[in-house]
Design a protein around this ligand. Structure first.
Ligand code: SF4
Ligand code: SF4
Length: 115
């Protein structure tokens, strides 16, 4: 996420995403890809998680676990956030899927500057 920036963010030809309006939808859960043959542990996880796009059309399992560093819609450790947070692409496929899941359609339009 890019909450902590004062301006909307854009990478290359991607859609603009205003993280300050979104307030950290991508920090409210974590999605992990579970690979390998189906086993009892995977079935255990499937009962407790929902499927979500992880990028490039792949599906992972989404765990509800709001980051403890997300405070009032902003990252408390923004300058020293984990690399996987810094690498997250605002306006990218996973960002859009996350916003679609966790924000209203009206909020999504504002976040992506489509209203
Ligand atoms: S889900 Fe997207 S728009 Fe929302 S805070 Fe994360 S990167 Fe920004
Ligand atoms: S460390 Fe910051 S950017 Fe990363 S998930 Fe937590 S609040 Fe979001």
């Amino acid at each position: 996420m890019r909450v902590g920036d004062s301006t909307p963010t854009r990478r290359k030809e991607q859609t603009m995403a205003n993280c300050n309006i979104c307030r950290g939808a991508c920090c409210e859960s974590i999605t992990l890809e579970i690979t390998g043959p189906t086993n009892d542990f995977q079935r255990f996880l499937e009962y407790r998680t929902s499927p979500q796009i992880t990028g490039k059309g792949r599906i992972g399992r989404n765990f509800e676990c709001r980051c403890l560093m997300l405070k009032d819609g902003r990252c408390l450790v923004y300058e020293k956030r984990p690399k996987m947070c810094a690498d997250f692409e605002p306006g990218g496929e996973v960002c859009r899927a996350t916003v679609a899941t966790r924000r209203t359609p009206e909020e999504a339009k504002k976040i992506f500057g489509e209203d």
